[in-house]
Ligand binder design. Structure first.
Ligand SMILES: [Zn+2]
Ligand SMILES: [Zn+2]
Length: 102
């Protein structure tokens, strides 16, 4: 979730919550290792719970939300140039989400 999404969710529970509180909470949860930043190309960092299994993200180009994708194409070393060694990959899918499609 982006800080703004966290803010929207939090203000449903605590109407007086401020953006400063959200950023402060994000920082302390990150220091505790409870959450990790999700870096999507050209996007401000989002955050998710730490310790999830390997997964990818789907970025809705209509509403701008990011969704988790459990599927993975697996070992992509067949795409790696000769003499290179692949250590990890990061895949972002783009399109429109279910809510935006209906
Ligand atoms: Zn959408
Ligand atoms: Zn993968």
């Amino acid at each position: 979730m982006s800080p703004q999404e966290i803010m929207d969710r939090a203000s449903e529970i605590v109407p007086t919550v401020s953006m400063a509180t959200v950023y402060r909470t994000i920082r302390s949860l990150e220091e505790l290792g409870e959450i990790v930043p999700v870096e999507l190309p050209g996007e401000p960092p989002r955050y998710e719970m730490a310790g999830k299994d390997h997964h990818h993200h789907f970025m809705c180009e209509s509403c701008g939300k990011a969704f988790e994708v459990d599927a993975c194409p697996g070992n992509l070393s067949h795409m790696t140039p000769d003499g290179f060694r692949l250590t990890r990959h990061d895949i972002t899918l783009y399109g429109t989400c279910k809510a935006c499609n209906s």
